[in-house]
Design a binder for this molecule. Structure first.
Ligand SMILES: Nc1ncnc2c1ncn2[C@@H]1O[C@H](COP(=O)(O)OP(=O)(O)OP(=O)(O)O)[C@@H](O)[C@H]1O
Ligand SMILES: [Mg+2]
Length: 476
């Protein structure tokens, strides 16, 4: 007896490219089922070999699998688990001759799309196939719409659809035509440099140069020479005369990143550029006129820096006449799915991978994370998950360990109560360093402590943290 009932079914070809794979150890049943499914308008691939079925799923050839629960040499749910591990997005319809409510529920709990008793009722089979096909088509349509949306919601390479980001785009567009100075405020990794580049691109001087200077990366003397240029012999090592960034970008824009990290002496020189539009190369008495627009950025509260005497009040007022605040990622969680899609596209192309998306539980974890490193942290997470993911979807295990642990809950909850403050700070510092790929300057900014304090903590916490931080990337 074949496992297929002989009831007639209405034949209607669904408009879908869903190709079902049928797996059954009995060639007779396989053939009969393939013929029936073919009559329903699908083009099934029958096989008796579980390995072949897995290969078809892995290659993305089949997004739907009809499989007998009992495959020779395998435990009851082994094949189902294997398929879903290999691709959590695949639809698996399980068939069995020994139907019980418990086995059906267990299969569904493990991720099966449906559970059909044998002999398979044709009308029921068709209904299930059509439902899966409709879901498959709906997912593809949503994906196409999302891709279109991504294009529409990209503002000069900046992705966002939250009201707060749309406001940032709108304001940036308005001020770009008219500004001479703009101040960008926002925590590390929120996208200040991207916004600065967008403003320059929209501005009337977009055909001129944009010079970027990270003010925190250089000691005062080097920063002065980089910004203002120097004469030959002006200091030891000045073997030739060089113009600085203000001259280089004359007619265009200079972006001063981390402006709050400049010394009071340097701030006086910047004020002169803003007020008088003039500069002097180091070692030269000659005053040069320049005409640059200035965009400054900081992740500190500049007003508090003024009050603390670390930032000149007059420069603050000059810089802050037009301010744009870029909100932290935690304030715009609705941007996460779009950003994930954007980074997936970027990194699947870069690594030559074909990843369709994230599993639901991985998405949930991303939405629950507080994102201290903001969009940069999210980008790092997606980039490394693209490397480790082996199937069509990024799953929980492809995410960094500390994100997985947050999700698993209980173990961490127990540890949490037994930790001393010292131990807790050690773990937290290590996590932040991991997020920043070992960049201590960024880590110190996120932790809101000075670099020297971070070094002191690292020294206190011993070699382990230090070594990890160094191997993680560029230490500041
Ligand atoms: N909205 C966004 N859409 C796409 N990519 C983004 C977005 N925001 C940030 N990024 C990416 O995140 C990373 C960090 O952005 P960016 O360097 O502009 O941040 P930042 O605010 O200047 O950080 P920092 O204060 O540490 O200098 C970059 O790789 C950038 O391309
Ligand atoms: Mg920056």
């Amino acid at each position: 007896m074949t496992g297929i009932s002989t009831k007639t079914v209405e034949i209607a070809a669904p408009r879908t490219s869903l190709t079902p794979c049928i797996l059954d150890e009995d060639p007779g049943q396989l053939e009969g089922l393939a013929a029936v499914i073919g009559e329903m308008g699908y083009e099934p691939i029958p096989t008796t070999d579980p390995e072949e079925a897995l290969r078809l799923v892995r290659r993305g050839r089949c997004r739907l699998l009809l499989a007998d629960l009992h495959m020779p040499g395998m435990r009851r749910y082994e094949f189902l688990d294997q398929v879903l591990r290999c691709d959590p997005g695949v639809h698996v319809i399980v068939m069995t001759r020994e139907y019980t409510l418990e086995t059906a529920l267990e299969a569904i709990r493990r991720g099966a799309a449906d559970f059909l008793p044998k002999p398979v009722d044709h009308a029921r089979l068709k209904k299930t196939l059509d439902e899966v096909a409709a879901l498959y088509d709906q997912r593809r349509r949503v994906k196409a719409l999302e891709e279109q949306l991504l294009k529409d919601l990209e503002f000069y390479g900046i992705v966002g659809k939250s009201p707060v980001m749309l406001e940032v785009f709108d304001f940036a567009r308005k001020v770009a035509r008219h500004y001479t100075n703009v101040l960008l405020l926002g925590a590390t990794g929120t996208g200040k440099e991207l916004v600065a580049r967008a403003i320059h691109q929209i501005s009337p001087v977009s055909q001129q140069k944009l010079a970027v200077c990270n003010c925190s990366a250089l000691v005062d003397t080097l920063l002065e020479s980089q910004l203002f240029g120097h004469m030959r012999g002006a200091f030891t090592g000045a073997t030739d005369t060089r113009p600085g960034l203000f001259e280089y970008a004359n007619g265009g824009t200079v972006f001063l990143d981390e402006v709050s990290e400049t010394s009071l002496a340097m701030q006086a020189k910047l004020l002169r550029v803003i007020q008088n539009r003039e500069i002097q190369r180091v070692g030269s008495p000659e005053v040069r006129q320049i005409n640059v627009r200035m965009i400054a950025a900081t992740n500190r509260d500049l007003r508090a820096e003024v009050l603390a005497g670390r930032f000149r009040e007059d420069l603050y007022y000059r810089l802050s006449s037009i301010q744009i605040r870029i909100p932290p990622l935690a304030e715009r969680l609705e941007d996460i799915p779009l950003l994930v899609q954007f980074f997936l596209k970027k990194y699947t192309a870069a690594y030559g991978k074909d990843i369709a998306g994230l599993t639901r539980r991985a998405q949930t974890v991303l939405l629950q994370h507080p994102w201290p490193g903001n969009v940069r942290e999210l980008e790092n997470v997606i980039s490394s998950a693209c490397i480790t993911a082996s199937g069509d979807f990024i799953d929980l295990t492809d995410l960094p360990e500390h994100l997985q642990q947050r999700n698993s809950g209980s173990a961490e909850g127990d540890d949490w109560r037994t930790l001393s403050l010292g131990e807790l700070s050690k773990i937290h510092i290590q996590r932040v360093l991991d997020i920043c790929k070992g960049n201590r300057l960024r880590a110190a900014q996120i932790l809101e402590i000075g670099r020297t304090s971070l070094y002191r903590y690292l020294k206190r916490d011993g070699e382990n943290t230090k070594t990890k931080a160094k191997s993680g990337g560029a230490a500041a």
